[in-house]
Ligand binder design. Structure first.
Ligand code: HEM
Ligand code: HEM
Length: 193
């Protein structure tokens, strides 16, 4: 069996073939995202989900109706906050590297996870910019394409988020490698079998 000891924390055998056994304790600090990264992740995740809800629910209300107006305003406010948080988050990520991936992930899985994360970062930057451009005079002068791209991208982003969440659950419940705990505010390791 291939076994490379993770020299970064000296506790967990990283990149061996078997998922690590964390016992009943908290994950070692070097095996999880730091507090700021964790809170930024969940804040942005909740805000992105709110954007899908507002963006899709307002179409059930008549044009000019009050609920549609408030949902639209909430969409613009939360969407603009996402842009600010995304810039902070990207800055944080570039100066605070992610913990090493759990043991036994093959090269394709590692690439797929890196690509998905990069696309999600891109999404939380590009989508609010398109939204903001489409409601300003700049948007009106360059035509409807930013708005149309924003709507099309919302489906693409929804698919990537679903894939991301499915992968997280697969790691947690099927592979049981503690991946979800790396980004959980509590970060408790799974009970030993
Ligand atoms: C219920 C929903 C979600 C769950 C369960 C979830 C779960 C996770 C987990 C477990 C990780 C850590 C992966 C690792 O350790 O390598 C992660 C990272 C990440 N998630 Fe989510 N996530 C959710 C929603 C979202 C949403 C909506 C977005 C943004 C649109 C997002 C963007 C990211 C990004 C960019 C990373 C990489 C963090 C980094 O390495 O800097 N997630 N997520
Ligand atoms: C990550 C952030 C965002 C996400 C995930 C998002 C998502 C969505 C979704 C799901 C829709 C409905 C698409 C449909 O009709 O099927 C929508 C529409 C829209 N969004 Fe966003 N949005 C975001 C940010 C913003 C921002 C910051 C603004 C403006 C300041 C904005 C402005 C709009 C507008 C004007 C529409 C209506 C487009 C139309 O129906 O012609 N969005 N967005």
């Amino acid at each position: 069996m291939r076994l490379n000891v993770n020299l970064q924390n000296g506790n967990t055998p990283a990149h061996s073939d078997a998922p690590p056994q964390h016992g009943n304790s908290r994950l070692p600090p070097n095996d999880r995202y730091d507090r700021v990264a964790v809170w930024l992740h969940w804040l942005v995740a909740a805000a992105v989900i709110a954007q899908f809800l507002t963006g899709w629910i307002w179409s059930f209300f008549e044009r000019g109706s009050e609920p549609r107006f408030y949902l639209f305003r909430a969409h613009i406010m939360v969407g603009s906050a996402i842009l600010g948080l995304a810039i902070i988050r990207l800055g944080w990520r570039l100066t605070h590297p992610a913990p090493p991936l759990p043991a036994g992930m093959n090269r394709m899985m590692v690439r797929a996870s890196k690509l998905t994360h990069a696309l999600l970062y891109l999404a939380i930057l590009v989508q609010p910019v398109l939204g903001l451009v489409s409601i300003t005079s700049l948007g009106k002068s360059i035509g409807r394409w930013p708005r149309e791209l924003h709507v099309t991208l919302s489906f693409v982003i929804a698919a990537i988020v679903l894939l991301h969440v499915a992968a997280a659950f697969w790691h947690h419940f099927i592979r049981r490698d503690g991946l979800l705990l790396r980004i959980s505010p509590h970060g408790r390791a799974p009970r030993a079998a």
